[in-house]
Design a protein around this ligand. Structure first.
Ligand code: GAL
Length: 333
């Protein structure tokens, strides 16, 4: 009897051990290689953090994602090395935020040769470089530029503070080779002229998306053009934050003798819209963009096809309600 019990016990243990082992080997971990153009960028920081969070929410008892996010430190050679390393590690999918869209061809060649699917994000390359098992997730920067201009034309004085019949503006631009910078620069002004306004471009310089550069450039422009400056367009909010510091330092008052516009709708800028310290911004929806990028990556992992392009809409933020809505979206993240 005792012998039978022992045999049964050993059998049960062996069975449960087997089941346990079987359970573990049923877990499939997919490797995801992400290269971000630069970690030191407010918007891309929100984007990459949300991407990592969202991958976690998609995990199940049997499916895990090993997501490696690398900083290309705004250096194309570093990014190329990262992509090569990911390929040699045999990742299941790549997610790439190009350092330079003008160097898209070299990344395209590497990726296509490897046969690993790839989701390109945020910096749109030429259509020729979105190849087999590749797609692009982004937002149409023309829309954000148009919204910036419309925020100005929706003001009671249409941005013409000194009533001389002309909107005199300065333009602080992002990285010049970036379509986001090009389109926002072009379409913000186009929205003014489309509304029948006359415009005068006093000053147009590149601030590379960076707060410190925005601050310096706006200080220079205000020193040079003083009260002539009615509208300060910044291609993004980081530069608008810098612009704000220089506007205050020059004793100018937003909403009274000068207007300030950005893009991204960072929380601090939404709060500034609520407090009247910024005329308006445009929500660059990092939540929807990062989720669309991850969804596309997961489809590729599962051997499914993707569309070539996924576009996420921008939203105008020029009222307390709109700003609060975006703040609430951030608060739930
Ligand atoms: C833009 C964003 C900028 C900057 C840039 C990087 O869409 O508005 O703040 O992050 O992408 O490519």
């Amino acid at each position: 009897m005792k012998k039978t019990l022992t045999v049964l016990l050993v059998l049960a243990m062996a069975l449960s051990f087997g089941a346990c082992k079987g359970g573990e080997s049923d877990v499939k971990t997919y490797k995801v290689g992400v290269s971000i153009y630069q970690f030191d960028d407010n918007f891309m920081t929100l984007y990459r953090n949300e991407m990592a969070n969202y991958f976690k929410t998609l995990e199940t008892a049997t499916v895990k994602y090993d997501v490696q996010i690398m900083d290309a430190a705004n250096d194309m050679a570093t990014q190329t090395e990262q992509v090569e390393t990911f390929i040699s590690q045999g990742v299941d999918v790549l997610v790439i935020n190009l350092v330079q869209t003008s160097s898209a061809e070299s990344i395209y060649n590497l990726v296509q040769e490897s046969g690993i699917p790839c989701v390109l994000i945020n910096r749109e390359p030429d259509a020729a470089y979105i190849g087999e098992k590749m797609c692009y997730v982004g937002a149409d920067a023309r829309q954000s530029g148009t919204y910036q201009g419309e925020i100005v034309t929706e003001l009671p004085n249409m941005g013409d503070i000194n009533s001389d019949g002309v909107i005199s503006y300065i333009m602080i631009k992002g990285d010049p080779e970036n379509t986001d910078a090009q389109y926002r620069t072009e379409f913000s002004v186009k929205a003014l002229t489309d509304a029948g306004c006359k415009v005068k471009n006093l000053f147009e310089q590149t601030g590379n998306w960076a707060q410190s550069e925005g601050q310096e450039l706006v200080a220079t422009a205000l020193a040079q053009y003083g009260n002539e400056v009615e509208v300060v367009f910044c291609n993004n909010d980081a530069m608008a934050l810098g612009a704000y510091q220089s506007i205050v330092a020059a004793n100018r008052t937003i909403g009274t003798d000068i207007y300030l516009l950005g893009v991204d709708a960072l929380t601090e800028c939404c709060q500034m819209v609520i407090d009247g310290k910024m005329t308006g911004t445009v929500f660059n929806d990092h939540v929807k963009q990062s989720h669309a990028a991850v969804d596309a990556a997961v489809k590729f992992i599962n051997g499914q096809a993707n569309e070539k392009y996924y576009w996420i809409d921008y939203t105008k933020v020029n009222s307390v309600d709109a700003a609060q809505t975006v703040i609430d979206i951030f608060a739930t993240k």
